[in-house]
Design a protein around this ligand. Structure first.
Ligand code: ADP
Length: 257
């Protein structure tokens, strides 16, 4: 398969003059799980929205699944093949029932009612929400809304998923459930997160964004344990990783004794 995403020299400024992305270059290969870390305002959400033409109608600097996004049909096709899970589930859920929200994508893909029903059932089963079809999305808990949002994307059977802060506002059990779902999805994934443990569990590669620029791009452990690199971007190594590093240091000292 061709490379999944190629971005060349992408610079994006919001209408108020905020420079959100600066000369960004990125190549994502099939099967990768690329986790984007960076402080608030680094440009992670902007990057995901931009890739799917949600900020700039025809994102010329972006090629998705071998197709340069140079016209509206190419952008529409990319949106059919790439699923975006929004940071805030309330931005994703706008129907009056869970069924309608999950069915929205498959209906727009032109599937028959039988196919739509099948996709919705399988997607709700995958996220553990069988029987929720007639529930009102806005009356669900944060974790349940997150899972409905994921089901809506799964129902489109995307080849690629972009997930913006998929574990935010979840309790430990909900968080584990989302991590399991991510691990089960075999397609290419781009994940924006502050959750370093999630990054360690799912990433094949970590990209550190700061002020709209890529500051580092490489193996997860190498980046997530580089204290000076993280500090320079206003990030902190979590306690659990500090402990892990200490343990490794002790073990290597023991070996050389
Ligand atoms: P992150 O997802 O890493 O927190 P964002 O992509 O949300 O970062 O933001 C990148 C920069 O763009 C920040 O400086 C933010 O304030 C700015 N920004 C985000 N959305 C808008 C908007 N709709 N209008 C103007 N500036 C925005």
């Amino acid at each position: 398969m061709a490379e999944v995403i190629r971005i060349q020299g992408l610079t994006f400024n919001y209408g108020n003059g905020t420079a959100a992305l600066k000369d960004l270059n990125l190549l994502v290969q099939p099967g990768e799980t690329v986790v984007f870390i960076g402080p608030n305002g680094a440009g992670k959400t902007t990057l995901f929205l931009y890739i799917l033409g949600l900020l700039h109608h025809v994102p010329h600097e972006v090629t998705v699944l071998g197709q340069p996004l140079t016209n509206h049909p190419a952008v529409d096709e990319a949106r059919r093949r790439v699923g975006l899970v929004f940071q805030n589930p309330d931005d994703q859920l706008f129907c009056t029932t869970v069924f309608d929200d999950v069915a929205f994508g498959p209906i727009n893909q032109g599937l028959t009612p039988e196919e739509v029903n099948g996709r919705v059932s399988r997607a709700l089963e995958a996220v553990g929400l069988e029987g929720y079809e007639r529930r009102v999305p806005h009356h669900l808990s944060g974790g349940e809304k997150r899972r409905v949002g994921l089901a809506g994307v799964f129902a489109m059977t995307p080849e690629v998923m972009l997930l913006d802060e998929p574990t935010s506002h979840l309790d430990p059990r909900g968080r584990r459930e989302v991590i399991r779902l991510l691990r089960d999805f075999s397609g290419t994934k781009l994940v924006a997160t502050h959750d370093f443990e999630l990054a360690l569990e799912v990433a094949t590669r970590v990209v550190l964004l700061h002020k709209g620029e890529i500051k580092a791009d490489g193996p997860p452990l190498e980046i997530l344990t580089n204290e000076s690199l993280l500090k320079a971007s206003g990030l902190e190594m979590p306690l659990v990783l500090r402990y892990f590093m200490k343990l490794q240091e002790t073990q290597s000292t023991d070996c050389t004794d």
